[in-house]
Design a protein around this ligand. Sequence first.
Ligand code: T5A
Length: 208
Amino acid sequence: MAGRLVTVDGGEGAGKTTQMGFMREYLERRGYRVVTTREPGGTSLGEEIRALLLGHRDGGMTLAAETLLMFAARAEHLERVIRPVLATGCWVLCDRFTDATYAYQGGGRGLPLERIAVLEEWVQGELRPDLTLLLDVPVATGLTRAGKRGVADRFERENVDFFERVRAIYLERATHEPNRCRVVDASQSVEAVRAEVEAMLAEWLESG
Ligand code: T5A
């Protein structure tokens, strides 16, 4: 039986990396084999693309280049990691996926969402995450957490309005796809978020 693709998404400093570690432990305790990965990245070319996307360059980057690079990294990731791993029956737990492109390039930067949908169709075909956990946190809280990490990357330097638009698109997508996408209140303590995430996973696993 093919594995499941579970993605974790949300704004800056939502706690995705922290919770993914707990999710992996939780799933492995229940006997699932799990591979964790991230976007942009997850392959050697993908990690090089990530460095281009997050780094600061003279003259920045056009929105078209940024979006196409996100999908170029995703195409590699799907072909070399995600699809082969799922085919072995192993689960893939992915830190960010295409919801982030809708939220950041669509919501944040204003790229028409239909254009992202065309790329999604081309690069992914019918593949969509089986489950997405959206870690939702007020922008100010997330930025404060992310700010403690040191030098800001190219996205973290955006303004609060940008991140409010990002958050709005994430929440809109979750509202439209309630079966795939579950919203977690990530403004709580690490342990409280963990408990909510594990309860959601338990319910989802039981439901099918
Ligand atoms: N991007 C990505 C796009 O624009 N389009 C796309 O298609 C894709 C895929 C890189 C950037 O790329 C953009 C979005 C991003 O800006 P990233 O590295 O995943 O993506 O982005 P970050 O949000 O910067 O991811 P981080 O790993 O840095 O943040 P996390 O994973 O959300 O947060 P985490 O777990 O590292 O925690 C951050 C800090 O907060 C603390 C942690 O200890 C840590 O110090 N923390 C908490 N503190 C209090 N309460 C809690 N509940 C906490 N949870 C964590």
